[in-house]
Structure formats: structure tokens, C-alpha cells
Design a protein around this ligand. Structure first.
Ligand code: ADP
Ligand code: MG
Length: 322
């Protein structure tokens, strides 16, 4: 049965690549790293009930398991090539594995990524994906290069995924015409878009970069800690979707945008003199970025509210949606 499932996954995820000398089917994959490139590798695990709600569609799980990893490569400015998939299943559910492989393949094929191996075991539903990507030598984006005076930017909109989780956990009977807005937010939770083209375009441009998996405050906080700087952001500048603003009041929407996880947008810093060029480059790619604040001396992230006062984001009551 295990071998039927592996064969099913292999067939559903076929992506020919010259650099895959041996893919699924032997004891290990054999891969040719292109001359003159460095390898960027990352792994992330999704556990049912922890990283996605029980009942999430199989195809969405397959997409998201890959997307969160591709987001890590995007944050490094790396271009994806290969993946490994370790699947732990409570039982040999063919329909579930078909759905999972389909969701995985849809995202993989749009980036010409080849699934080259993995492992299949029995146990509580858990999906681990490891990804491998290429980056020119010394050009990987890291968390350490932010400097005082740099602008801080984010891609996309913030808070949608956390609001989508909140919407899932608080179902409404939708006679009120808000189902489409809720579906948009839930789609942002289940089917995140890794910002790979942005990450690649930021090589040599951004001074630091991270993907937002744990919320803007936490992840920008990681850049600050790694770079030995602080950051000031303006609540009024945070990009928030029409759906988020329509379904939640200002305080709730701000909370999601600052502290909500799972958005998989990029947060990065850019030296002020390069800001205009970078923003023009990114809007040409069709994924603009919004300037939300700047890097300052000190430590930690401070948020200026729309009234001009600093918000007490370290207050224990702050994360009441968490
Ligand atoms: P071994 O016992 O030698 O590790 P396995 O029986 O675990 O071999 O796997 C056989 C082949 O199938 C290997 O090439 C492995 O990489 C691949 N494989 C197993 N599970 C998966 C999976 N979930 N997705 C992709 N490839 C898989
Ligand atoms: Mg094995």
C-alpha cells in the first residue's frame, strides 16, 4: 500500500528537470547543483490541529506545506529547484493523498520545482517538506543587515490569514452577504502565495529580509535582534485588505495586521537612497511593496498609532485574538 501511495505521489508531481539525475524510486535522490550557485535549504512541518485546522481540504494542505517552505526560500532571495516530502498518515487514505499531491503539484509546477523523494509513515497526520533552492554566491538575503535609516517594507496585505482562522473558528450563518469576504480571508490562510519573484528581485537591494510567519511584530523583531537595531512602524501605513477592514473594527484589524501569523508576506529593509528604485522594480513584477516605517537606533519594534501616540504592544492584553 505504501508503495502505491508513493507511486501515486510520483505520478501526480512529475516535473522534468535536467539537474535531477535520480528522483523518486532509489535509496536517495541524486541532484546536480549548477556550477557557481550556492544551495539554500529549508524544512518546515505542518501538524494537523496545530498548523492547520482539522478538516482542511487535502489539496489546501498540500499547497500550504510547500508554500510555507517556498516562502522561506523567497525570504533568502533563493530560487527553488527541488523538494522532499515526508508524510505521516493515520491510514492509507488514497483520496486524501491524491488531493494532497494535487495541491502540492499545482504550486510546485508553477515554479518548476521537482519532488525528488521523501518518506511515508503511519501516525498522526503530519506533513514535512524540505526545499532546496539556488542563490548566487554571497547574495542570500539575511536578517542581519538592517541599518539605521533604512526603510521597512512589506509585500501584500497583513492580517488576512489570522482573520481567516478567526472566521473559521467563529462560523456565521451567511444570510448577510459576507461569505465572499470570509472566503477571501480563509483562502489567504489556506493558500498563501510565496513571494519568490520579490525575494529574487531583492538580491543585492534589500539590507535584510524575513518572511512573516509569526506576525509582523515578531518577525520584524527578529530582523531587529539579528541586526542590532530597532524599528518604528506607523499603524496608518500598514497595508490591510478590504475584506479585513470590512469584517473587523479598526482595533481588531490592527491586531491581526501586527500580531497575526501565517501571512507569508515578506518584510524587508532597504537603504533610503534605493527605496524608489526598489519600489519601481517590484511594482513592475506585479507585486508592489508598502513602506511601513524605518530602522532606528536601539532595540525592538515600536508602533505609532493613528493618533500619533505609541501603542503599548507589549501589554499582555494585546494578543487577545491569539
Ligand atoms: P527507503 O526505505 O530506501 O528509504 P522508501 O520505501 O522509504 O525507501 O522510499 C522509496 C522511494 O520513494 C524513495 O526514493 C523515497 O525518496 C520515495 N518516497 C517515499 N515516500 C515519499 C513521499 N511521501 N513523497 C515522495 N517520495 C517518496
Ligand atoms: Mg524511507
Amino acid at each position: 500500500m505504501e508503495f502505491d501511495l508513493i507511486e501515486l505521489i510520483r505520478r501526480r508531481t512529475i516535473q522534468p528537470r535536467d539537474d535531477v539525475r535520480l528522483g523518486i524510486g532509489d535509496d536517495a535522490a541524486v541532484l546536480a547543483v549548477p556550477a557557481g550557485q550556492e544551495l539554500a535549504v529549508a524544512i518546515d512541518t505542518l501538524v494537523e490541529g496545530v498548523h492547520f485546522p482539522r478538516g482542511t481540504a487535502a489539496a489546501d494542505i498540500g499547497w500550504k506545506a510547500l508554500a510555507v517552505n517556498l516562502s522561506d526560500l523567497a525570504a533568502m532571495g533563493a530560487s527553488p529547484a527541488w523538494a522532499l516530502l515526508a508524510l505521516t498518515l493515520p491510514n492509507a487514505d488514497v483520496a486524501f493523498v491524491e488531493g494532497l499531491a494535487e495541491g502540492f503539484a499545482k504550486l510546485a509546477q508553477s515554479h518548476r520545482l521537482a519532488l525528488v523523494g521523501g518518506d511515508t509513515t503511519r501516525g498522526p497526520l503530519t506533513i514535512s517538506v524540505a526545499v532546496h533552492g539556488f542563490v548566487p554566491p554571497g547574495k542570500a538575503l539575511t536578517r542581519t543587515g538592517a541599518r539605521v535609516g533604512d526603510a521597512v517594507l512589506v509585500t501584500g496585505t497583513l492580517g488576512d490569514a489570522a482573520a481567516g482562522l478567526h472566521a473559521l473558528q467563529h462560523p456565521l450563518d451567511d444570510g448577510d452577504g459576507r461569505a465572499g469576504l470570509r472566503d477571501f480571508l480563509i483562502g489567504r490562510l489556506n493558500l498563501p502565495t510565496p513571494r519568490l519573484s520579490v525575494g529574487a528581485a531583492l538580491r543585492g537591494q534589500a539590507s535584510a529580509c524575513i518572511d512573516i510567519s509569526d506576525g509582523l511584530l515578531a518577525d520584524l523583531g527578529h530582523i531587529c535582534a539579528a541586526s542590532g537595531v530597532g524599528a518604528e512602524i506607523d499603524a496608518a501605513l500598514l497595508p490591510r485588505s478590504p475584506a479585513l477592514m470590512a469584517l473587523y473594527d479598526e482595533a481588531g484589524a490592527l491586531q491581526f495586521a501586527l500580531s497575526g501569523g501565517d501571512d507569508y508576506e515578506l518584510c524587508f529593509s532597504v537603504p533610503a537612497q534605493r527605496l524608489a528604485d526598489v519600489q519601481a522594480d517590484l511594482s513592475r513584477l506585479g507585486c508592489g511593496a508598502t513602506r511601513i516605517g524605518r530602522i532606528v537606533e536601539g532595540a525592538g519594534v515600536r508602533v505609532r498609532g493613528t493618533d500619533g501616540e505609541w501603542l503599548a504592544t507589549d501589554h499582555p492584553g494585546w494578543e487577545h485574538f491569539a
